[in-house]
Design a protein around this ligand. Structure first.
Ligand SMILES: C[S@@+](CC[C@H](N)C(=O)[O-])C[C@H]1O[C@@H](n2cnc3c(N)ncnc32)[C@H](O)[C@@H]1O
Length: 259
């Protein structure tokens, strides 16, 4: 029997995306959120917003710890998938269908986070508008935690490959960022998921043009936007590992606090 092949869009396929990126230890990462909240936030945290939430991998852990969860994404498929997961688990969450580069929310949150390099911008103007949007939905003293998204390891943009084998599925993942304009700091980001499910094969693809933001440029942009103070950047979900002292980078996170 020959394999059946199908090509799909990654962000329209939340389930496969979720399995492909399930290498994380969500509990450890949420422990880090809570350390930041205890030590650095200047507001009591109850309401949390996940920017570019995708399939909302942090939702269950956050709700279990007593927080109210809202996921924001530009993909309806991702939000519907998150709502369905919540419904099946008997929990209530909220979603916002919006573009992270330009949104307004009447509801104010106490803590915002954006995981796995999900700040999608094509220009500094986009990034400033993104910061404005997040500042607009965050209470004063609240933190914005950013996982990756800033190009710390600017000497290389190596392709990354990994395989996840789970629940009868094998997913080979390839991610790469190819420079398309050196002076514009523009890249084309490509994500490929090769899914093998029994006799069936599926290929899922994503291509996105984006602008790299370097660390010192990020600091200048935060200063220019004016609504956040820079707290610090840390290696591997550990407040005792400031990036200034890191020899290599593993899941760097950056903390901003709304003024
Ligand atoms: C790499 S995925 C990360 C998903 C999730 N944060 C996680 O940790 O697995 C990026 C997500 O950002 C969303 N996204 C991309 N561009 C966006 C935009 N301009 N506004 C809002 N969401 C966006 C995509 O739909 C996708 O769900």
């Amino acid at each position: 029997m020959g394999k059946k092949e199908e090509t799909l869009e990654v962000y329209a396929s939340p389930f496969y995306y979720e399995v492909a990126f399930s290498f994380r230890d969500i509990k450890i990462e949420v422990d880090f959120f809570e350390q930041c909240i205890r030590n650095i936030s200047r507001t009591r945290v109850k309401k949390i917003i996940d920017i570019g939430c995708g399939p909302s991998p942090y939702m269950f852990e956050l709700v279990k710890r007593g927080y109210a969860f809202t996921g924001l994404d530009i993909s309806k498929a991702m939000l519907n998938y998150s709502l369905e997961k919540a419904r099946k688990a008997g929990i209530r969450i909220k979603t916002i269908l919006a573009d992270m580069r330009n949104f307004r929310s009447k509801e104010k949150f106490d803590f915002a986070f954006c995981m796995l390099g999900s700040i999608e911008v094509e220009s500094n103007k986009d990034f400033l508008s993104h910061l404005d949007s997040v500042a607009g939905c965050l209470k004063g003293g609240g933190l914005y935690l950013i996982d990756a998204s800033i190009q710390f390891d600017w000497t290389k943009l190596s392709p990354q490959n990994w395989t996840i084998i789970k629940n009868g599925l094998t997913i080979n993942v390839t991610w790469e960022a190819v420079p398309i304009s050196h002076v514009g700091q523009k890249i084309i980001e490509r994500l490929l998921l090769e899914v093998i499910e029994g006799e069936k094969g599926k290929t899922l693809k994503m291509e996105n043009v984006g602008k790299i933001i370097f660390p010192q440029e990020f600091l200048e942009l935060v200063e220019k936007q004016g609504k956040f103070e820079f707290v610090g950047w840390y290696n591997n979900f550990d407040l005792t590992q400031p990036l200034e002292k890191a020899a290599s980078f593993n899941r760097p996170t950056t903390l901003l606090r709304k003024k």
